[in-house]
Write a protein that binds this ligand. Structure first.
Ligand code: UGA
Length: 461
């Protein structure tokens, strides 16, 4: 099928590459010149595992340009996959979606052949209904059919999640769904040949294709992200209690996660969630509820807890260092999570800002995000080209992104480089050796020396 994809961000480009890989002819429209130049030269404009190689492998079925007309000519389906950043009051800013919609409608105004226009961007519930009116105004009723198709991929695993999703959700009128079923048939049936660098997970032979009404599809995306964010805030609250009670959040999480009604995913305590999705989508969910006269208490608490969690590392640094002014602090990891160079709403950003404001000397390292960091972090933050360089002469190190190379660092590396081997593990991910040998603080993990003292005290009683 000929398919147009509007927008080559994480969602748009990954969708385009996965649809090309399973056999469709995909035409991507990108308006940003720099981004487009990189795409036309054959490489993604951002780092995402496996995307570059697969893009090259299916280059014949992938086309990039800025013209809506040529991408849409003869296309049966068009996906709108542009950004919906947070606007005022948490409301998603739909200006990019509306701009793309307008351009698509203009480009197909003379058209007689039907087009299924799929909103893949995360949009408030009822957006499809509102846009039906735009289709009617353009005189395209019966020609353009709007559908919703939320995306559940994770950055760092984007292509994997597109080719091997847990489910595919399509919402819309029956005519639109018939076409979308054809688009997704190879993924639903898992009938495509797996890329050699991304083998099919063992036992996966089919993916559920869930067909629902458009509003339910739109809400499902927010509901899924809100729920996952809630689990993170929940385990972070438990971690904070663990710190007060001398319990270990890793042990508690594995015990509750062993209950199959709960499951063990998204129970990893740390500095809180970041990225381009959870912070924005939780705010949007609260806003959507408010707009509809409903006080969504739980999501409001999830957002508050996440804000408070981010402050914990700074509190620990202040306490351990007796104030951070004049201290050298190394930040290991600047991206919001491993596997990406994305720093949107990354915990590193407010922490670096707060440290600089308090007079600390801050040095950061990230294996992928240094280019982003240069643009985003305050100029006073030095950027190191290796973890060892970042640690050199530091009074404290903070792990903010659990990149594998940081987890492989031995206690000796920290000791040899740092002025004081104080390590704050914002991801509860560093090795047991580091945990035992250095002045180590995790999130909801007992400080081992304290534990020993407590045991000694109990023994003495
Ligand atoms: C998230 C969802 O997982 C995807 O399903 C969804 O499609 C995507 O948002 C989106 O809306 O586009 P993503 O933001 O890429 O994906 O990353 P996650 O792996 O979900 O991590 C989000 C944040 O939560 C990260 O900051 C991560 O460090 C944090 N996290 C995650 C925790 O603190 N603890 C956990 O146990 C899991």
């Amino acid at each position: 099928m000929k398919i147009a994809v509007i927008g080559a961000g994480y969602v748009g480009l990954t969708t385009a590459v996965s649809l090309a890989w399973v056999g469709h002819d995909v035409h991507v429209v990108e308006r940003d010149e720099t981004r487009l130049a990189r795409l036309q030269a054959g490489s993604p404009p951002f780092f995402e595992e496996h995307l570059a190689g697969t893009m090259v492998a299916c280059a014949e079925q992938l086309h990039f340009g800025r013209s809506y007309e040529s991408a849409l000519a003869g296309a049966e389906v068009a996906f709108i996959a542009v950004g919906t950043p947070s606007g005022e009051d948490g409301a998603p800013d739909l200006s990019q979606v509306e701009g793309a919609l307008g351009q698509v409608l203009d480009a197909v105004s003379e058209r007689r052949r039907e087009l299924v226009l799929v909103v893949k961007s995360t949009v408030p519930v009822g957006t499809g209904d509102l846009y039906d009116a735009r289709v009617a105004d353009a005189g395209l009723v019966g020609i353009v059919h709007l559908a919703a198709n939320p995306e559940f991929l994770r950055q760092g695993r984007a292509l994997h999640d597109s080719l091997y999703p847990d489910r595919i959700v399509i919402g819309g009128a029956p005519d639109a769904l018939v076409t979308l079923r054809r688009v997704y048939r190879p993924v639903a049936d898992q009938s495509f040949e797996a890329p050699s660098e991304l083998p099919r997970p063992g036992g996966l032979s089919a993916v559920p294709l869930l067909e629902v009404d458009r509003r339910s599809a739109e809400l499902a995306k927010y509901a899924a992200n809100g729920y996952l964010a809630m689990r993170i805030s929940y385990i972070n609250e438990i971690a904070n209690l663990c710190d007060r009670l001398g319990a270990d959040v890793d042990a508690v999480a594995s015990i509750i996660g062993a209950d199959h009604r709960i499951g063990n995913h998204f129970l990893h305590a740390g500095v809180g969630f970041g990225g381009s999705c959870f912070p924005k989508d939780t705010r949007a969910l609260a806003h959507i509820a408010r707009e509809n006269g409903y006080a969504f208490e739980l999501i409001a608490a999830v957002i508050r807890v996440n804000g408070r969690q981010r402050a914990r590392v700074l509190e620990r640094l202040e306490l351990s260092l007796g104030g951070v002014g004049g201290r050298r602090v190394a930040l290991l990891g600047l991206a919001f999570k491993p596997g990406t160079d994305d720093m949107r709403e990354a915990p590193s950003v407010p922490l670096a800002q707060a440290l600089v404001e308090r007079g600390a000397e801050v040095v950061g390292h990230d294996p992928r995000a240094l280019e982003q960091a240069r643009r985003i972090l305050p100029g006073a933050v030095a950027l190191a080209s290796s973890p060892e360089e970042a640690l050199l002469g530091a009074d404290a190190a903070v792990l903010l992104t659990e990149w594998p190379q940081y987890l492989a660092l031995t206690p000796n590396v920290f000791r040899a480089a740092m002025r004081r081997p104080l390590v704050i593990d914002g991801r509860n991910a560093l090795s047991d050796a580091v945990r035992h040998d250095l002045e180590y603080y995790g999130i909801g993990r007992p400080v081992l020396t304290d534990l020993l003292e407590r045991h000694d005290a109990v023994a003495a009683d």
